[in-house]
Design a protein around this ligand. Structure first.
Ligand code: GDP
Ligand code: IMO
Ligand code: MG
Length: 454
């Protein structure tokens, strides 16, 4: 048995969905542990192409139980749409469980996200959120005025709680934002309806996880967003409102930290970022448009859900190593290597210059990160398609050298290299579920003994 967390190790959209789908073949339980419909995880497998928002990417393994953990903020309407879409395509959601401790993303959260973001933007401190209500939902959780998924099936208690909370929200909507109030009657009936429709999926999911651990099953914890968007350790305030890190995986699922056997960090072979905030290795202009257009039809660098163009840049090894340490990453997955196939020269950032000093970490002071100058090393491109590679030996020498260099700079070993969106477009070097147990906390800096072909 192993418990493995798969986390995004950059600013999100690293290809976590593809990797979780692949690893789910070996998992008995797959848990989404934080975030909400701000996530968009694309999966391409034998059953088709899917864009997941709340449902764990393990749903395609008919033997896996999929859990929406307590750390997720659940928009019930969006979840029901996602479930219907899957069912219509022949994928059963009967094995989907939702933690009764997860918080409900309410209609006022979406309104407030839009209004708050507009106000922040006018004040010059916009974050560029997805406007899906994520920040306001987590605010209410922390303020202890959230509605939890379990409340949806306790109708009397729901009415009492909602009467108070909606009155409070309506005062903010009308007095602060001059917006229309929401009707208690309508919101309540809608929530009761959601409760009826989701009832059979709602339970105390921790008990399911403990049983799976007692019975020695493999458990996969699926992160959304990425380490650099973490509320505490990301590029604050340009972050999301949850903890996408390995620590968040425990908190958002109920798995004790001592039970985590490995943390797999998913990195793109370069960097992207959606929304505002510092991005030291960002490329702009024609070169950026070119990189953004790579990855194949339907897999170019545009937001999975919002359609926003993603900002693109060179691989940032300073940020990558920071994420590896923060999360105790024991295995790396490099994705979208194929997106670099046509470039003649590749750059990797190995340090940040600030005034006369060189720093090797992400400074907490955002104004410093905004002015750092990346120090680059250059490597030759391979200018050969890699999408058909299935082993290290199939990769051009320059591609092998590039990936090996990333591994050395991140100081962790490579488990997999992804060369296309489809499940089988993957070079598997080490299957995380078959690796040594309990390496978390024993961050030894080993880069592994793969045959790099030298
Ligand atoms: P996630 O949010 O981390 O799951 O990532 P997204 O799905 O938002 O964005 C990753 C995009 O890259 C999606 O379109 C994936 O289908 C695609 N993708 C994943 N791995 C690869 C890869 O190795 N090569 C290419 N070309 N596309 C990939
Ligand atoms: P996946 O799981 C990339 C970004 C938003 C914004 C910031 C805060 O697909 O990798 P929020 O709506 O969360 O309050 O927005 O976080 N962001 C993401 N960027 N991938 C994501 O998810 C993201 N989820 C949020 O663009 O900058
Ligand atoms: Mg995404």
């Amino acid at each position: 048995m192993s418990v493995i967390a798969v986390i995004g190790a950059q600013w999100g959209d690293e290809g976590k969905g593809k990797i979780v789908d692949l690893l789910s073949e070996q998992a008995r339980v797959v848990v989404r542990y934080q975030g909400g419909t701000n996530a968009g995880h694309t999966i391409v497998n034998d059953l088709g192409t899917f864009k997941m928002r709340l449902i764990p990417s393990g749903i395609f393994n008919p033997k896996a139980i999929c859990v929406i953990g307590n750390g997720v903020v659940v928009d019930p309407g969006a979840l029901l749409v996602e479930m219907d879409e899957l069912e219509q395509r022949g994928i059963s959601c009967a094995r989907l469980l939702i933690s009764e401790r997860a918080h409900v993303l309410m209609p006022y959260h979406v309104l407030l996200d839009q209004l708050e973001e507009q106000q922040r933007s006018e004040g010059g401190v916009g974050v560029g959120t997805t406007k899906r209500g994520i920040g306001p939902a987590y605010q209410d959780k922390a303020a202890r005025i959230g509605i939890r998924v379990g409340d949806l099936v306790r109708e009397e208690a729901l009415l009492t709680r909602l009467s108070f909370v909606l009155n409070h929200k309506n005062q903010i909507l009308t007095r602060l934002y001059n917006a229309k109030p929401l009707s208690l009657h309508q919101v309540y009936l809608q929530m009761v309806d959601y409760g009826h429709r989701l009832r059979k999926h709602i339970l105390d999911t921790q008990l399911v996880l403990y049983r799976a651990m007692d019975e020695h099953h493999n458990i996969l914890l699926e992160g959304a967003q990425g380490a650099l968007l973490d509320l505490d350790f990301g590029t604050y305030p340009y972050v999301t409102s949850s903890s996408p890190t390995a620590a968040g995986a425990c908190l958002g699922s109920g798995i004790p930290p001592s039970a985590l056997d490995n943390v797999v960090g998913v990195y793109k072979a370069y960097c992207t970022r959606v929304g505002d905030g510092p991005f030291p290795t960002e490329i702009e202009g024609e070169a950026a448009d070119y990189l953004r257009s790579q990855g194949g039809e339907g897999h170019q660098e545009y937001g999975t859900i919002t359609g926003r163009p993603r900002r693109v840049g060179w691989f940032d090894a300073v940020a990558a190593r920071y994420a590896a340490r923060l999360n105790g990453i024991g295995g790396i997955v490099i994705t979208r290597l194929d997106a670099l196939d046509t470039l003649p020269i590749l750059k990797i950032c190995t340090g940040y210059r600030v005034n006369d000093a060189v720093i090797q970490h992400i400074p907490s002071d955002i104004s410093v990160l905004q002015q750092v100058e990346p120090i680059y090393e250059e490597m030759p491109g391979w200018q050969t398609p890699t999408t058909a590679a299935r082993s290290l030996a199939d990769l051009p020498e320059a591609a092998r050298a590039y990936v090996k260099r990333l591994s050395a700079l991140i100081v962790a070993r490579i488990d997999m290299i992804s060369v296309g969106p489809a499940r089988d477009q993957t070079i598997v070097l080490d299957r995380p579920f078959d690796s040594l147990p309990n390496i978390v906390g024993k961050y030894v800096g080993a880069v592994g003994e793969h045959n790099w072909g030298e």
